[in-house]
Design a protein around this ligand. Structure first.
Ligand SMILES: Nc1ncnc2c1ncn2[C@@H]1O[C@H](COP(=O)(O)OP(=O)(O)O)[C@@H](O)[C@H]1O
Ligand SMILES: [Mg+2]
Length: 282
């Protein structure tokens, strides 16, 4: 059974003239790492809210179609129940932090679940190590960098031990170092075979971790395919204002000048291998 299954989803925000999602159908299998890309306003965040039940339970509008999380309708299953299966980390790290120190931030939702203290402690220690914030755990979020705040948000989500993690532009407000910290964390989650949906504008980073990419524009899914197949469509992506990895753009330009690539490189490592092959004429 897929973990997430959406069929013919259409959504119009209350009072809005146009649909923000049209004809959205896709599913997510356990262990998949899926990148979601598309220009601003494409409907990526709206999609995340439909999956998690925030739409229509908290944000209202006209919703058609079906959305299931582990076989439960995300229309009807309380958002609090779905949040135990899906952790959602959003763009604004600051707004997601409620408590006076990191430890309380992570522990509070676990206490609300009524978990025994030993279990809370186990999870706290596990996620603090995972996001590498043990030494900071007594600090007030005020003193944390943007990257550290986002890592706290990820840790808080992971402490619920969700089966799925959704990162919705979790790096877009971070400085380069903060973004790198969160990207490294995404790489770590991939190694742990966690099911992840990552809305991300940094395509170079996405190319390193995603198995599959969904391209959205104007509320629709334009493409849903394995990562290389999507990122090789350089002209198509650029027409949407999306820039494929620099190494892919370079290879594409070289290909137009007659250099042959067996497959389009999407990471620097693949690019280096391809150049070595060209150099040796193999
Ligand atoms: N609360 C809202 N009320 C009305 N329209 C909204 C609301 N939030 C988003 N929209 C509209 O829905 C469309 C999709 O937005 P969004 O899902 O935020 O896109 P993305 O995350 O891809 O940038 C946009 O046209 C946006 O203006
Ligand atoms: Mg968004």
């Amino acid at each position: 059974m897929p973990l997430i299954e959406l069929k013919n989803i259409e959504f119009t925000y209350r009072g809005a003239a146009n649909q923000s999602l049209s004809n959205i159908t896709f599913s997510v299998e356990p262990g998949e790492f899926i990148g979601i890309i598309g220009p601003t306003g494409a409907g990526k965040s709206t999609l995340c809210w439909v999956i998690t039940g925030v739409i229509p339970q908290i944000i209202k509008g006209k919703l058609k179609g079906t959305s299931f999380v582990k076989g439960m309708s995300s229309r009807k299953t309380p958002v609090a129940t779905i949040s135990q299966i899906i952790g959602l980390v959003q763009q604004d790290a600051e707004a997601q932090l409620l408590m006076t120190d990191i430890e309380k931030e992570i522990v509070f939702p676990l206490e609300n679940l009524g978990l025994p203290p030993e279990e809370i402690n186990r999870r706290l220690n596990y996620v603090l190590d995972l996001v590498n914030l043990r030494s900071e755990c007594q600090r007030h979020p005020f003193y944390l960098s943007g990257g550290q705040k986002q890592r706290v948000a990820v840790a808080t989500a992971l402490a619920m031990e969700p089966e799925i993690l959704i990162l919705d532009e979790a790096t877009s407000e971070l400085d380069p170092i903060g973004a790198e910290e969160v990207h490294n964390l995404a790489g770590l989650l991939k190694k742990k075979l966690k099911t992840v949906l990552m809305v991300e504008h940094n395509i170079d980073e996405l190319a390193k971790v995603a198995d599959r990419i969904i391209v959205m524009d104007k509320g629709r899914i334009l493409m849903d395919a394995p990562v290389r197949q999507v990122l090789s469509q350089v002209d198509f992506l650029q027409s949407l204002g999306i820039y494929p990895p620099q190494v892919t753009q370079t290879a594409f330009a070289l290909q137009n000048k007659g250099v042959n690539f067996k497959q389009m490189p999407i990471t620097v490592e693949e690019g280096m291998q391809a150049i070595t092959r060209v150099n040796h004429n193999v």
